[in-house]
Design a binder for this molecule. Structure first.
Ligand SMILES: [Cu+2]
Length: 153
């Protein structure tokens, strides 16, 4: 089983997947972290370290968006969405008006995550089908010195 197959099957059972291998790879060389199938992000849950650039790629024939839920990202984080809109309402308006923010087949979107916490997002045209995901940025960089030791008696 190759890594990509593993990620897709892991996402299918709702697992949280931590990816280290291809994070930071260029979008041009075919590497990506989150694929977009007909009505799903795979994996839907991705855990990364602060400072990680996550790459989404539309691996389907349908058009999709990657649109942050404004109320479901850390308050210190800048708003993000395909198309570069600075608010969720603008992103939704642009999609309704002209399919703004659409990622076509094979296109990619990148976003660097620096603020720890959960960053939830959705594909606007497939929201009703449950096409949504979460990027969790761990605080591990700050708590690296913390070690939990279990002593067996
Ligand atoms: Cu979609």
């Amino acid at each position: 089983m190759d890594r990509r197959t593993f990620l897709q099957s892991a996402a299918g059972i709702g697992a949280t997947v931590t990816v280290a291998g291809c994070i930071g790879g260029s979008a041009d060389d075919g590497n990506y972290d989150i694929g977009m199938s007909t009505v799903a992000f795979t994996p839907a849950n991705l855990e990364v370290q602060p400072g990680t650039t996550v790459v989404w790629k539309n691996t389907s024939k349908q058009g999709h968006t990657v649109t942050a839920y404004e109320d479901e990202i850390p308050s210190e984080a800048d708003y993000w969405a395909t198309g570069g809109y600075d608010s969720e309402s603008k992103a939704r308006e642009a999609w309704r008006g002209s399919a703004g923010g659409r990622l076509g087949q094979g296109e990619t979107y990148e976003r660097e995550f620096t603020v720890p916490g959960t960053h939830a997002y959705v594909c606007i045209p497939h929201e009703q089908s449950g096409m949504a995901g979460v990027v969790t940025v761990t605080g591990d960089a700050d708590s690296a010195g913390t070690v939990t030791t279990t002593t067996e008696m």
